[in-house]
Design a protein around this ligand. Sequence first.
Ligand code: NAD
Length: 284
Amino acid sequence: MPIANIAVIGAGTMGQGIAQLCAQQGYTTWLYDVQDGAAERARQRIAQALDRRVAKGRMTTGDADAALSRVSVADSLAELSEADLVVEAIVEDLAVKRALFAELETLCRADALLCTNTSSLSVGEIAAELHTPQRFAGLHFFNPPTAMKLVEVVSADATAQTTQRALHDFARSLGKTPVAVSDSPGFIVNRCARPFYSEALWLLEHGAAAAATIDACLKSGGGFPLGPFELIDLVGLDINLRATETVWQAFDHHPRFRPSPLVADKVAAGQLGRKSGVGFYRYD
Ligand code: NAD
């Protein structure tokens, strides 16, 4: 089935970027968010991001206008019934994601593909109560989706090969590099990233160095484009904490994956990183 219409659910950090990417690549794109006005605000931020691309000479004004015209805001899930492919990018909560897909399964066409952008939850568990889990998979974009090349295509036991193939083709059509990964905790990138974050947090918690010093060292000495604290701020401390907790639980609370109390305290204080204006750094 040709894919032309994309529904992106959740208009936060990732949903906004995924919607922009799809629209830039010629897809008719719908954005929906449960929070009043959030999808419209994300569409405005997409307009600003497209303007910046034009200013940097990466895009013509005509292409930017055309991309923006392909992004529409949906006021209800029912408006997404004609989507060929749904990408869910809502809160990282198993029960909330399950409830959403149970509803989508009844609303969307039987041949629509249903995908989750979860960072760390089990794709099989999200799909466990679906009647048609063969059309369900993880389609894990990285932040920011417009720039990062990798997409992890996560198959659960029930995911059909036709679904996997269609998602690989779709990711390639977005200019991305899809990689087939199995449904194991944290998949590949987020699993390997846990020790990167936790060792840096351990240094900070024990007063061995300041966040900015650790970031500077890993960038200049380790060749990383962002230091661990800059990356946590970009990802969102709440999202980072959820991913760590999921991997920690999946490994029977092994101390190697223990979540940092520092991150938990900041999340409790509403310091979520760039999106809230404060995390390990301030964004005024
Ligand atoms: P975010 O907090 O920035 O945005 C989530 C959005 O989802 C919010 O606007 C919220 O109002 C909306 N939402 C919550 N429940 C909803 C529902 N039931 N229906 C519709 N909308 C709902 O989160 P994010 O950082 O964009 O992360 C979204 C998903 O993507 C998570 O599963 C996360 O693990 C994953 N992810 C995040 C990153 C990252 O770097 N932030 C990277 C890859 C994957």
